[in-house]
Structures are given as structure tokens and as C-alpha cells.
Write a protein that binds this ligand. Structure first.
Ligand code: ADP
Length: 394
């Protein structure tokens, strides 16, 4: 029998939701509350297959948003009663070493997510606000936490330990965690289905290239290597994040310019990456356009971005002992044929060659021949993955 399941992604000033009918994976309605807590009012927008609307609401808190959402779902007959909602899945940024899979939420899990706020101060506390708001209104409804880090908990010690004194791992949990796990797992499973080979039998390199970007190497259905680290700042160059740099640049700048830790964090998280190098935009579309008009820094930013992607793919190929599938996903990965093309230039040595026409059309299979390695463009869908995880716990 069909069950209705909600996926929630709660941010500091936003709350996104998608209501699915499972197991048929039908999206019934999705929407977003914005400007929560920023002013007296918040905005609410939603979308179904044939309707789209936006309202301003007189209240502004996560609790009020959840209240309004449930009333809206009843009024619009997406739910006949609140009991019809079988479960709610919450995206949670950091599961630390506690959580290697999605987990039903009780007091013990809440305490652990709260404890892990020290590792994800911008995300875990606001994820908890969403969880608590639903618990208040629906105390008997199954709630499941789906962690961005969980998929990467299968990495071997040699991948997650940093070459720092071990006491910092022991005392302060400094290690690589990796993020975007739900997205990497989803697109990798989708790719396996499209190719028609069990997920566990493929070696996969998944490139999630959005404003945030990371790459993951997958073998035997498990994450074995990934580019984000202790935080989502590490690895690839991103929209405004620098990715990997020589760590001694930071104390050098801090001392030279008398910067606070907060100021340093702003530079590396908000002012770097595509935006920092181009001094124009963090949006790859702007940069592709400007680069084609000959703007040097736009071209340079894209050259650095794609070179990092290429180096990571090639490195992971070595680590996995070859690979069967290369996947591109997220805003850039799904839509930018030119960035996919530039990222793959030089990878002919790994038998990667793109079919120009298929690549330009954003087709699903974009490799030149029909054989391996397959190169796929797969739209990510973290919300559906969350709904699947809730379904599995029912
Ligand atoms: P986030 O990490 O914020 O979820 P997204 O996955 O939405 O980021 O990706 C944002 C990036 O995707 C931007 O750099 C944007 O330029 C790029 N992008 C989005 N749509 C397109 C498109 N149609 N063509 C090319 N690039 C696109």
C-alpha cells in the first residue's frame, strides 16, 4: 500500500520540503519557506505538477513554518489526516563517527546530533530545530535522520586520518568525514540501474559539481575515497570556497593582515573559489560566457576548477584500480557540457572520451563508444533518497 513520506531540509533561515507517495516514488508537492527569523514575515512557496504559488506569512519561525505546512497539506488534501503521514526524513549535515547510516530519531540520537554541532556549527543546530518542530506537532510519527557524512563512514583509516599528531584525532575527532554522501550514493545507484549491473559490482567515480563540489570513489557499493574533509571546505575548488590550499597560507595572512579567525573563515568560505579568482562571479554560467569573450580571469578560474576535477578523477582511478563509471551531477555537472568537456580533457589515457553531441545535449550516456568506462549525467535527488531511507525504516 502507498505511504506518504516527507523529506525535510532545514537551514538557518529556510525549510525545504518534498512530500512523496512511496514506494512508487511519486512527488506530490514540494516547497520552501524562506527568510525564517530574518524579519517579522516569512515567505512560503510551493509547486505541484500543475500549480505554483507564493505567499507571505505573518509569522517567522521554524515551528510556525512546520505548523503552517501541516495545515496547508491538510487543506489542499495532500493528506486526509495527519496520521496519513507515515514518516518524516530529515537531512542532517554531520553524523560524525556515530552514524554510518540513516537512523530513526529518539532522545539518544538527538543528543548525539547536538553533541556533533561542534563539528558543524552552521548546520546541525538548524537541522535539529526542524526535527524538534516536527516532534512537537507529530510526537508519534516516525522521524529519520539522513546524514551527509554517513555514506563515507566506510572509508579506510588510511583515507580518513590526516597526517597530523594522532592526539588531535583522539582528543578532538579531527579526521576526514566527507559530505554529499546522500547525493553520491543516489546517483551511483541510479547509474548502476541504467547500466543494468548491480551497484556492488561497479567501480564508480561520482562528481557532484554544484556551488559546493566533491568527488567520491565507490567500490563494492561503498565509499572508499572522497574529496571533502573535516569540513565541506576541502578538496575541489568551489563557487566561493577555496578547496585544498597550502595550510600555511592561513597563519601567514592572519599574521600579515592582523585578521581574526572569523575573517579568515569568511575569506576561505565566501570570497574564494570561482568568485575569488575571477573577481566576477561564483556562477559558472557567467564565467563560461565571460571566458568565451576573452576575459582572462574568468578563463583562469574555469581552468583551475576543471584541472582540479581532472586531477581528482585520475587520482581516484589509481586508488580504485581503474573504474567502470564516471558520473557528473548537481548544477554544473548536470548542465554544463563545456565544464564536463574541459574536466575530461587529457583523460583519454584512462579511456575517457566524450561524444560531443551527446555531451552538448546533456544526454544520460555521454561517452564516445558504447563500452566502458561509461560516462553518465545523472540528476541528483537527495530528497528522494531521504524518502527511500524513511520507507526502509517503516
Ligand atoms: P548548490 O551547491 O548550491 O546546491 P547547485 O547544484 O545548484 O549548487 O549548482 C550551482 C551551479 O550550477 C552554479 O555554478 C550554476 O552556474 C550551475 N548551473 C545551474 N544551472 C545551470 C545551467 N542550466 N547551465 C550551466 N550551469 C548551470
Amino acid at each position: 500500500m502507498s505511504k506518504k513520506i516527507m523529506a525535510i531540509n532545514s537551514g538557518s533561515s529556510s525549510l525545504k520540503f518534498q512530500l512523496f507517495s512511496m514506494p512508487e516514488e511519486k512527488l506530490l508537492v514540494k516547497g520552501l519557506f524562506e527568510r525564517i527569523g530574518l524579519a517579522k514575515e516569512m515567505t512560503f512557496s510551493y509547486q505541484t505538477s500543475d500549480e505554483k504559488a507564493e505567499h507571505t506569512l505573518p509569522h517567522s519561525s521554524h515551528e510556525k513554518a512546520v505548523d503552517y505546512l501541516l495545515h496547508f497539506l491538510l487543506e489542499k488534501k495532500f493528506l486526509s489526516s495527519l496520521e496519513e503521514l507515515s514518516g518524516v526524513g530529515h537531512r542532517v549535515a554531520h553524523g560524525g563517527e556515530y552514524f554510518s547510516q540513516a537512523t530513526p530519531i529518539h532522545a539518544e540520537e538527538i543528543a548525539k546530533i547536538e553533541e556533533l554541532s561542534i563539528l558543524a556549527p552552521l548546520h546541525n543546530p538548524v537541522n535539529l530545530i526542524g526535527i524538534r518542530a516536527f516532534q512537537t506537532v507529530l510526537p508519534n510519527c516516525l522521524q529519520v535522520a539522513v546524514f551527509d557524512t554517513a555514506f563515507h563512514q566506510t572509508m579506510a583509516e588510511k583515507e580518513y586520518i590526516y597526517p597530523l599528531p594522532m592526539k588531535y584525532y583522539r582528543d578532538y575527532h579531527i579526521r576526514k568525514y566527507g559530505f554529499h554522501g546522500t547525493s553520491h550514493q543516489y546517483v551511483a545507484m541510479q547509474a548502476a540501474e541504467k547500466i543494468g549491473v548491480p551497484f556492488e559490482e561497479l567501480k564508480i567515480i561520482s562528481c557532484h559539481l554544484g556551488n559546493g563540489a566533491s568527488i567520491c570513489g565507490i567500490k563494492d557499493g561503498k565509499s572508499v575515497i572522497t574529496s571533502m574533509g573535516f569540513t565541506p571546505l576541502a578538496g575541489l575548488m568551489m563557487g566561493t570556497r577555496c578547496g585544498d590550499i597550502d595550510p600555511s597560507i592561513l597563519p601567514y595572512l592572519q599574521e600579515k593582515l592582523h585578521l581574526t579567525t572569523k575573517q579568515i573563515n569568511v575569506i576561505i568560505n565566501e570570497e574564494s573559489g570561482l568568485l575569488g579568482v575571477s573577481e566576477l562571479s561564483n556562477d559558472s554560467r557567467d564565467l563560461v560566457r565571460q571566458a568565451s569573450e576573452g576575459v582572462h580571469q574568468a578563463k583562469l578560474a574555469l581552468d583551475i576548477f576543471t584541472s582540479r576535477v581532472r586531477q581528482t578523477i585520475a587520482g581516484y582511478a589509481g586508488e580504485l584500480g581503474g573504474f567502470d563509471v564516471l558520473i557528473f551531477t548537481a548544477g554544473i555537472g548536470e548542465n554544463s557540457s563545456i565544464i564536463r568537456q574541459k574536466s575530461c580533457e587529457g583523460l583519454e589515457c584512462l579511456s575517457i572520451e566524450l561524444d560531443q553531441e551527446k555531451n552538448q545535449k546533456n544526454e544520460c550516456f555521454i561517452q564516445k563508444n558504447n563500452g566502458k568506462p561509461y560516462v553518465l549525467v545523472i540528476p541528483t535527488n537527495e530528497e528522494l533518497m531521504i524518502a527511500r531511507e524513511v520507507s526502509a525504516h517503516l
